[in-house]
Ligand binder design. Structure first.
Ligand code: FES
Length: 325
């Protein structure tokens, strides 16, 4: 009887806790839930800015050479970090399932070790990306990294306990690590989907600009070798009249984090973004240097009666301007 009562009490307590969590995260028509409000608040928490600024300078000063762009994922065409995290998250989630099953001790331990091995390169790529983000993103990113660091520490302790034959302790550290990794993953999702870190900020250009030719002004108004900002429809563009007479038109907002390329530096047929230094070729928009992992949309040009016109160049990877949005 007493046991039944205590089980009933435990079940009621668990239900109350679950209801409390649901209340905290449930959508509210008028305002964000408490969890979302707290995460939004992180974006403006400046207390650690001096530390984060120093860390950022240190990461940017590392002599990584071409490895820096490789870690950003420029060769891949999108960020490398989200791809690398699949290994630790997958391995650790699988280990948690095996930990709940009998006779899977060795397999679970192997997966914990595999996740730890995969966590190192994913963390390195994440920090390199982090150093090229604006301050609100860096604040959330730092907490994301702290949660993931906690997960790595928990799984390190879990592996140690397993190697010493303390399976229960190893499993408990593993579950704690999975909770920390889940928190880190949720914050990573906030960074990407809410704050737009690591997404292509120029993706919508062809749809927003529309498909027709738009006039940008008299050719004589564009000084040779100087960047000029104009608009094609609602899209700001960078116009460069080159020495040989060719006129290049690119979307002005950088694909990395929407920096204004028209305020960047022109050199060797390329433009360098003033915010984080991505370099784009004027002729075809290719990102020859990161952190941008996506190319910059380019525009076709033509001159008639001394006036310049432009329209988005066809891009097979993007939605065509005449397709529904
Ligand atoms: S906005 Fe970051 S490189 Fe352009």
């Amino acid at each position: 009887m007493a046991l039944t009562e205590s089980l009933r009490g435990a079940a009621t307590g668990s239900l109350r806790s679950a209801a409390g969590v649901l209340r905290a995260v449930r959508p509210d028509p008028d305002r964000p839930g408490r969890v979302m409000a707290a995460v939004d608040g992180l974006e403006h928490a400046r207390a650690l800015d001096p530390v984060l600024d120093g860390l950022r300078r240190g990461i940017r000063a590392l002599p990584l050479g071409g490895a820096r762009d490789a870690l950003h994922g420029r060769w891949l065409g999108h960020p490398l970090h989200p791809a690398l995290v699949q290994l630790p998250l997958g391995a650790w989630t699988s280990a948690a399932v095996l930990d709940l099953l009998p006779g899977q001790r060795r397999a679970a331990g192997t997966l914990v070790a595999l996740g730890l091995a995969g966590a190192a390169p994913s963390a390195v790529a994440g920090w390199v990306d982090w150093a090229e983000l604006p301050p609100p993103h860096r604040r959330v990113g730092a907490v994301h990294a702290a949660a993931n660091g906690t997960a790595i520490a928990c799984y390190g302790l879990s592996l140690l306990a397993r190697l010493r034959g303390r399976r229960l302790r190893g499993r408990l550290w593993g579950f704690a690590g999975l909770a920390a990794a889940g928190t880190g993953g949720a914050l990573g999702g906030h960074l990407a989907y809410r704050q737009g870190a690591a997404v292509n900020h120029a993706e919508a250009v062809s749809r927003v600009a529309g498909g027709g030719w738009r006039e940008l002004g008299a050719v004589a108004d564009f000084p040779v070798g100087r960047a000029v900002r104009r608009r094609v429809g609602d899209v700001p563009v960078l116009v460069v009249r080159e020495t040989g007479g060719r006129i290049r038109v690119l979307a002005d907002r950088c694909s990395h984090m929407a920096g204004p390329l028209s305020e960047g530096e022109l050199s060797g047929g390329c433009v360098r973004c003033p915010w984080h230094g991505s370099v784009f070729r004027l002729s075809d928009g290719r990102n020859v240097s990161g952190p941008a992992t996506a190319p910059q949309p380019v525009f076709d040009t033509r001159v008639a009666d001394g006036r310049l016109r432009a329209r988005p160049a066809p891009d097979r990877s993007a939605t065509a301007p005449d397709e529904p949005a």
